[in-house]
Design a protein around this ligand. Structure first.
Ligand code: 5RP
Length: 226
C-alpha cells in the first residue's frame, strides 16, 4: 500500500477530536500530528465549542492562540480532562517513546495531570519493540557529564542533540541527549533505572500513560485501547 503519512496524521487527529466535550480542559501536545488536531479544535471553537487548552510547548501555544482557542496554564488548573498528543513510537502495550520535538518535559507533566491521554500517530510509529527511535533524555546542563556516564553504565550510547550547528536547548534551558539503548525489551525497567539518575530531568519513555492510540492507517484509522 502506498502510504501518505500526512494524511494518516490528519485522519488520526480528526478522529481524536471527536472525544472532546464541551467544558473540557484540554492538554494540547506538540508536533506535526498534533498540528492537525489543534487546527480542528480551532474550527470547533469558532463553531461554539467551549473548552480551554493547556499547551505542551510554545509552538502549540502560538498555534492555538492564533486560532482563537482560549488558553490557560498549569498554574491555573489541577487536572486536565483530556490530552491529545503525538508519539515517536508506540508498541502493543501502548507504551511510548516521545520527545522527538524536545517538548517531553511539559508533555510528561501534562500527561500526568490528565484523566485521559489519546495519542495520535501515522502508521510508521507502530513498532513491535520500542527503541529504534533514539530515546530523548532531558538533562540539566550542570549534570551533563555525570548523566552521560550513568547512561553508558546502562549500555546506552547518548549524543548531545544539536540543531543548526548549535547545542539544542529545551524551553526549560536544558540539553537533550538522544540515547541508543538498542531495542528496549523491558521499557518499564529501563524507565525506572533512568528515573533514578540525578540530573536527568525526564526521559522519553511514557509507560502506561496512553489510554488510546489512534493511528491513521491508509484511508482510515485504527484505535488501540489499553
Ligand atoms: C514532541 C513529541 C511529539 O509528540 C513526537 O515527536 C511526534 O511528533 P510528530 O507528530 O511530529 O511525528 O514527543 O516532543
Amino acid at each position: 500500500m502506498q502510504r501518505n503519512p500526512e494524511r494518516e496524521k490528519e485522519l488520526a487527529a480528526l478522529e481524536a477530536v471527536k472525544y472532546i466535550k464541551d467544558g473540557m480542559t484540554l492538554g494540547l501536545g506538540t508536533g506535526s500530528t498534533v498540528y492537525y488536531a489543534v487546527r480542528a479544535i480551532g474550527e470547533m471553537v469558532q463553531q461554539g465549542l467551549n473548552i480551554r487548552g493547556v499547551a505542551t510547548s510554545a509552538a502549540t501555544q502560538q498555534q492555538a492562540i492564533s486560532l482563537g482557542i482560549p488558553m490557560t496554564d498549569t498554574a491555573h488548573v489541577t487536572t486536565i480532562d483530556l490530552t491529545i498528543d503525538g508519539a515517536d513510537e508506540f508498541d502493543r502495550n501502548l507504551d511510548l517513546v516521545k520527545g522527538g520535538g524536545g517538548a517531553l518535559f511539559k508533555e510528561k507533566i501534562i500527561a500526568a495531570m490528565s484523566k485521559e491521554v489519546i495519542i495520535i500517530a501515522d502508521a510508521s510509529k507502530k513498532v513491535d519493540v520500542l527503541g529504534e527511535f533514539k530515546l530523548p533524555l532531558e538533562v540539566v546542563p550542570f549534570a551533563a557529564n555525570y548523566v552521560m556516564q550513568q547512561v553508558k553504565m546502562l549500555n546506552g550510547n547518548a549524543t548531545l542533540r544539536q540543531r543548526d550547528g548549535q547545542v539544542f536547548k529545551t524551553e526549560q534551558g536544558n540539553y537533550i541527549f538522544d540515547a541508543d539503548f538498542g531495542l528496549i525489551q523491558n521499557a518499564a525497567a529501563l524507565s525506572a533505572q533512568l528515573n533514578n539518575i540525578e540530573g536527568l530531568l525526564v526521559h522519553g519513555l511514557f509507560i502506561q500513560t496512553a489510554h488510546k492510540v489512534i493511528m491513521g492507517d491508509g484511508d482510515g484509522t485504527v484505535v488501540f485501547e489499553r
